[in-house]
Design a protein around this ligand. Sequence first.
Ligand code: ZN
Length: 244
Amino acid sequence: MPRLTREQLRQELEQIAHRTIRLTLTTNASSYVSFRPDRDPLDVRLQRAFLDAPDEVLVGVGRWLGGRLRRCPDVVDRFINCPPPELAERVHTRRRDLKTEGRCYHLESLLERVNRRFFGDTVRVRITWGRRLPRRRVQARTLGIYYRGENVIVISPVLDQWLVPQWFVEFTIYHECLHALQSAGERPHGTAFRRRLRLHPRYGEAMQWEKANIDVLTSCIQPAQQAACRVHRTDDVRQLGFPW
Ligand SMILES: [Zn+2]
């Protein structure tokens, strides 16, 4: 059983945010928090994982929703990037319809390439595009995520555009394949993981490309709201945000 019910979570957030909140829980993989700050009541979509979030994370979310913070607080970032493994498994067990054919990239064939080139075809994992969200929402997102419970890699649809080079999509898949190969108790972005990530021949280039193309990666969000948004790197070595 989760720590809180949906109604308890909603009330908790209302108290902290001092706003009336309409709360929808999602199993969305590429967006954990999304809301329209200009609406009343505040229309909030939260990933189900937040039902088990510790108090300090809820306080962070509540203050962000209440408009008292300009960006997603670090404590929430950390929760999104590294939810406790047992939580990640429990939360994402719904049956998922896999969608591998994107507008620009076909994930199945990119996964095959990455698997053959770097892992000798040993990674047994499924892959899908995450869902697109309506425009004009403030969101905290990740570029990719691996769900151990479902053994599926979900790639953010922001990567499904020609402005994003194929090798960068493949690098993101490589990153998630490394997660798929980790043992359940291993720290998701621990030292061993980062060492393996750096073995990728285009690691440095990928870091630079992501930094230089932050606008491409947030292009589905209206410019006026970009200031409130933060793109999460797919590893937590260094997180990119907008300069404040
Ligand atoms: Zn990762």
